[in-house]
Design a protein around this ligand. Structure first.
Ligand code: HAM
Length: 421
């Protein structure tokens, strides 16, 4: 026997008994996004490596060690998208639909990061990504929070915490960065190896460390909010007062820095205490400099992405996934001569809006009824030579122990509709 080929580590199959929960999230999200006037955009899974290096940042974990990068047959360095924002900005600049325009866009699909797989963290995962371009005031920041909140409510998800912070401008952050480097150097002996490596390269990320032994060092670090420039401070205050007016609950967390370099001003994350180490269900923020940085005209922008695996996990944990519905009707065809007639009957039921499975692969009545049961059908319709001759069909209610009934084929659709009401 030849050796079994297994899936790539961290890349999951979504099996048929799992897809119902995914479809529920996707359909609900689509409805909520439409209600806010967001339009779908689809961008390629592969982009030039440089796009991600220039936007996400050379010294972020994503670019430094997590990208699936390879040379294609022409020797060009390409990368499987680790996130959607960079590709959407590239598409917007290239398509000329960002400059001097307001765009509300969303994109869903697979992303790829070579992280160490664990519960809630995979190498292929899925995001729904939401972006708004051309608006610089905090009103759009609030709109995005309202949109996210409406989605959690529509799904019935409880107990998410919204954390917010402001990262200011690149200039104000530079001043803060230097202070932070000085502080961490003075306490270098108390940092873990990863953090020591980050001191010069990406000191803000040290604030994000989950290492309990560094809690005290991090708690005493200078706060980014003390270094905000005036305009960013006003923006952040305005954002908060608008959240208050909208009745939205949040926690200001000056340790929230995010893992991508393009952010400016507002950043936010929704987390759940029920997800263990990978607690962030959704994260995002403003990136007012990115469009220009990638060669476009200056365009303010803000967005977020939610992780579908984590969201689905929450739905399961909070018991919010309904069992998938089977077909309403299973047609048992007894005898080769009536098989075509059975298929025709199934088609006419589907024309009438009833989900129907028609037995394939033969078998006696008993085994066909077993299949009907297994498929989760409510009714079995039995079509044998005798029924065919009389142009009737025998109806068996699989959930109730009622007697079987012969119904004329011409009336079967209306009969079933009445029964299924
Ligand atoms: P991110 O924080 O890197 O942001 O990812 C957003 C969400 O994707 C996370 O909160 C998490 O739910 C999910 N996620 C990330 N990595 C993994 C993984 N390895 N396995 C499972 N789920 C994962 C971004 O990607 C930004 N592009 C968001 C954004 C849009 N900012 C502005 N616009």
């Amino acid at each position: 026997m030849s050796k079994l080929i297994q899936a790539i580590r961290g890349m999951n199959d979504l099996l048929p008994n799992e897809t119902a929960a995914w479809q529920r999230v996707e359909a609900t999200a689509r409805g909520v996004l439409e209600a806010y006037g967001y339009r779908e955009i689809r961008v390629p899974l592969l982009e030039k490596t440089e796009l991600f290096a220039r936007s996400i940042g050379q010294h972020t974990d994503i670019v430094a060690k997590e990208m699936y990068t390879f040379a294609d047959r022409n020797g060009e360095s390409l990368t499987l998208r680790p996130e959607a924002t960079a590709g959407i900005v590239r598409a917007g600049i290239e398509g000329g639909f960002l400059h001097n325009q307001v765009q509300r866009l969303w994109c869903a699909g697979a992303m790829f990061r070579h992280e160490r797989p664990q519960k809630g963290r995979y190498r292929q995962f899925h995001q729904i990504d939401v972006e708004a371009f051309g608006l610089e005031g905090p009103d759009i920041d609030v709109e995005l929070i309202l949109l996210g909140t409406r989605l959690w409510d529509a799904l019935g998800i409880r107990e998410l915490t919204l954390e917010i912070n402001s990262l200011g401008t690149p200039e104000s952050r530079q001043v803060y960065r230097e202070q932070l480097i000085g502080y961490f150097k003075s306490r270098q002996a108390e940092l873990d190896d990863d953090s020591v490596r980050r001191i010069e390269l990406n000191p803000l990320r040290i604030l994000d460390s989950k290492n309990p032994q560094m809690r005290e060092v991090i708690a005493r670090a200078p706060s980014l909010l003390d270094y905000l420039d005036d305009a960013s401070r006003v923006h952040f205050e305005n954002f908060q007062s608008r959240l208050d007016k909208a009745g939205l609950r949040y926690v200001v967390s000056n340790r929230l820095v995010r893992g991508l370099d393009y952010y400016t001003r507002t950043v936010f994350e929704w987390t759940s205490a029920q997800l263990g180490a990978q607690a962030t269900v959704c994260g995002g923020g403003r990136y007012d400099g990115l469009v220009e940085q990638l060669g476009g005209k200056p365009t303010p922008a803000i967005g977020f992405a939610l992780g579908l695996e984590r969201l689905v996990q929450l739905l399961i944990q909070q018991d919010l996934v309904a069992a998938p519905e089977g077909p309403r009707v299973y047609i048992a065809v007894v005898g080769e001569t009536v098989e075509a007639e059975g298929m025709g009957l199934a088609e006419s039921l589907r024309d009438g809006g009833i989900t129907a499975l028609c037995n394939c692969g033969g078998g006696n009545l008993k085994s066909q009824l077993r299949r009907a049961d297994k498929a989760g059908a409510r009714f079995a319709l039995i079509l044998g030579e005798d029924e065919s001759r009389k142009q009737v069909v025998t109806v068996k209610d699989l959930r109730r122990d009622s007697a079987q009934r012969g119904i004329p084929q011409a009336e079967i659709l209306s009969y079933l509709k009445q029964q299924l009401e």
